[in-house]
Design a protein around this ligand. Structure first.
Ligand SMILES: [Zn+2]
Length: 276
């Protein structure tokens, strides 16, 4: 056996043993789950089937998790409020129409809260995205809405003026149409930096979310909050869901190792890493 391969097998075993310890311990922090599409038509890495989604929601309830609003989470992170035992925030990015058609009935059935981050320009414009009427109905039923910018440009690739436009104009449009304060942002593709975070704060947002895998804790940077992505794989097994929810640190660690192996051209070794 080649020495490099042997070293990696040992490394993988160490990672798996460490992961085992974490699996059997209580996870630190509060999970913020991140979904995109929920439907039974699309088969891609962003889509969770309705059956898978409902199974996940039932699993959360059966394991004592209680959904909270983004405001309740922000209050607790800032030391201004308390959360129920085992809190979880459910988030959806992009504002797909299936959030209304497929996810909303399941959330209502199980009395669960959620926030949807909208691309303000896409609302009532493209057929695959939510309409203002659907947003109004969901809002009445308790669903929250946040900004996912005006048209989903990656903020780190824009000029400062364009970043300001994406942050301020999406907030204004959503607030005017929904008649509620829009205080939370999800960065398109999760990308941000110090300058953008300062602009998000200046634009009047309370907090902003990335897609960096991990839980959130009091004292975290409110403009760079982790989430637990429930996307990026096919199929979306319950093993993966539970693994990412219960031990996001190990899942993030394994993902990083795999990413570095791919970057350095070790594709076959990368495929050996047991990612969650
Ligand atoms: Zn997005």
């Amino acid at each position: 056996m080649k020495p490099l391969l042997l070293r990696f097998i040992i490394a993988v075993l160490i990672v798996m043993i460490a992961g085992g310890f974490v699996v059997f311990s209580e996870p630190d922090g509060i999970p913020v789950l991140n979904y995109h599409q929920i439907n039974d038509v699309d088969e891609n890495m962003l889509t969770v089937s309705t059956e898978e989604f409902e199974t996940q929601m039932v699993w959360l309830k059966e394991h004592g998790y209680q959904t909270v609003t983004a405001s309740e989470l922000a209050d607790a992170l800032e030391g201004k409020g308390t959360l129920p035992p085992r809190p979880v925030l459910i988030t959806f990015d992009d504002g797909y129409i299936d959030n209304y058609k497929c996810a909303f009935p399941i959330l209502k059935k199980h009395d669960m809260k959620a926030i949807i981050f909208l691309i303000s320009e896409y609302v009532s414009l493209y057929p695959n995205y939510l309409t203002w009427e659907q947003l109004a109905e969901m809002q009445t039923a308790g669903v929250e809405f946040g900004s996912h910018t005006v048209d989903h440009n990656v903020l780190t690739e824009l000029s400062p003026n364009s970043v300001n436009h994406e942050l301020a104009d999406s907030k204004n449009v959503l607030e005017n149409r929904l008649r509620r304060r829009v205080e939370f942002l999800a960065y398109p593709c999760g990308y941000t930096n110090e300058d953008i975070k300062a602009r998000v704060r200046a634009a009047g947002y309370r907090a902003a979310f990335t897609v960096e895998l991990g839980n959130v804790n009091p004292g975290d940077d409110m403009y760079e909050l982790n989430r637990v992505p429930i996307f990026g794989a096919m199929p979306h097994t319950m093993f993966r869901f539970e693994g990412r929810l219960r031990c996001p640190r190990v899942a993030a660690w394994l993902e990083r190792i795999q990413r570095n192996l791919i970057r350095s051209g070790h594709q076959s070794l990368a495929e050996m890493i047991p990612v969650l």
